[in-house]
Design a binder for this molecule. Sequence first.
Ligand SMILES: Nc1nc2c(c(=O)[nH]1)N(C=O)[C@@H](CNc1ccc(C(=O)N[C@@H](CCC(=O)O)C(=O)O)cc1)CN2
Ligand SMILES: Nc1nc2c(ncn2[C@@H]2O[C@H](COP(=O)(O)OP(=O)(O)OP(=O)(O)O)[C@@H](O)[C@H]2O)c(=O)[nH]1
Ligand SMILES: [Mg+2]
Length: 460
Amino acid sequence: MRPSIMAAQDTIVARATAAGAGGVAIVRLSGPRSWAVGRALLPWTARRPIIPRRMELGLVVDPASGEAVDQALAVFFRGPHSYTTEDSVEIHCHGGSACVWRVIGLAQAQGCRLAGPGEFTMRAMLGGRLDLTQAEAVGRLAAAQSDIEARLAMAMLAGGLGRALGPARQAIVAAAASVEAAIDFPDDAPELAGPAQATALEDGAARPLAALLAGTVGRAAYWEGAKVAICGRPNVGKSSLFNALLGRQRAIVSERPGATRDVVDEVLILGGVACRLADTAGLGPAADELDRLGQERATSFLADCDLALVLLDGSRPLTSADHAVLALCQDRPRLLVVNKADLPPAWQPSALGLGPTLAISATSGLGLNELARAVAEALCQGAAEPAPGEVVVNARQRAALGRGLAFVRRAVAELGRPEPRPELISLDLAGALAALGEVDGQGAPDEVIEAVFSTFCVGK
Ligand SMILES: Nc1nc2c(c(=O)[nH]1)N(C=O)[C@@H](CNc1ccc(C(=O)N[C@@H](CCC(=O)O)C(=O)O)cc1)CN2
Ligand SMILES: Nc1nc2c(ncn2[C@@H]2O[C@H](COP(=O)(O)OP(=O)(O)OP(=O)(O)O)[C@@H](O)[C@H]2O)c(=O)[nH]1
Ligand SMILES: [Mg+2]
């Protein structure tokens, strides 16, 4: 078994705050030796009893040389009253990376091991503070970029999803118990009460799982963010729009067509959704090799984006290159955006015959708020923004619950047959339980747990 999921014997150390210089950085220790190590590095704590959870000021000292390496605040937590549920110590040192790494190095010299990604939270889960849904929520809170993602993670941290899965699991376990009895004692066990059990399983498990899945419709972008490409023929103002939405001059703008070559992307919040917005090279007949390479990058980003903003220049007649871009995007999610609305129009958008268009001006800012709202609406297919406290599952959880629901439905169907075959039902119910376990961690294999924590940063 990999060390991370083994019962925690060792004491781990990591910086809990982001890499790079900052005002203050937190180095956190957790595990059975954390207090001893903390005492060794913080000599003032040896002189009087430690009061758990009280922040105190003192020097961090290298026990080998006696050198004071930082002035810091420190807090000792006595398990289980700590984040990890283990004994732990936080040293709040000065934020320069030299101080942080010196303190971490001193802890390593005292026998601490560098923590892996998410290892503190994994210990919190093994210690019973959190289930897997809550641990995942913590990871999302630590990385959330949009207010709504943070809101969704807070609802999940409150345990709503774990509580929603409990009754479904109970219904599956109850069905499994009678199915197992029918398999083990075919003569003694009462006949499988097929229709009654089918109804119980349908009401108890299929329905709540289906409701959880229904709540995700149009909501994925709030959890996962979205890739949005600005595309169009050269010179329509793609880079200008990109810069205007971003609020700074990130990409080169030029009156000369063919200014953009590479895909330039940045994350920004549009209508509450964290979007990876990309400015791309203008599409059209390639003038040279560089142009061709740039357009290749543009089309490959376009091929896997969630939404394309097809930009047209309203001040110039449409060209064959515009029509080629429209054709390229006709079968994918897209918004038609007509730029340069500050200039006299050269054509009527209604003449396109392609449905609604948005009029904007990248240079004057006209229509940009409406565009941001339209982006979110298109990405979320008009679904309502999640309310505070509302539990919405993320993509990983949705995939697992979808599999679980399919298993439950097969078991329900089999139970509804004139002579249900208990062996088949048993397999399906086991599959359903495994799928639920992937979400809340109950009975989940190590690989699943590790995959969730591997997305965490070190120190969380
Ligand atoms: N400095 C610091 N800030 C932090 C954390 C941390 O560990 N340290 N957290 C995490 O990374 C988050 C807060 N989560 C926490 C959850 C529980 C406990 C804890 O010690 N619980 C005890 C005591 C509860 C109480 O006094 O009310 C317990 O539940 O027994 C600490 C942090 C965010 N901010
Ligand atoms: N009047 C007006 N000019 C604009 C507007 N948006 C962009 N422009 C001008 O149009 C020209 C081209 O702008 P870019 O943003 O570089 O166009 P692009 O689509 O990125 O061009 P390529 O990178 O070559 O494909 C520049 O001279 C911009 O100042 C607008 O809303 N109104
Ligand atoms: Mg450009």
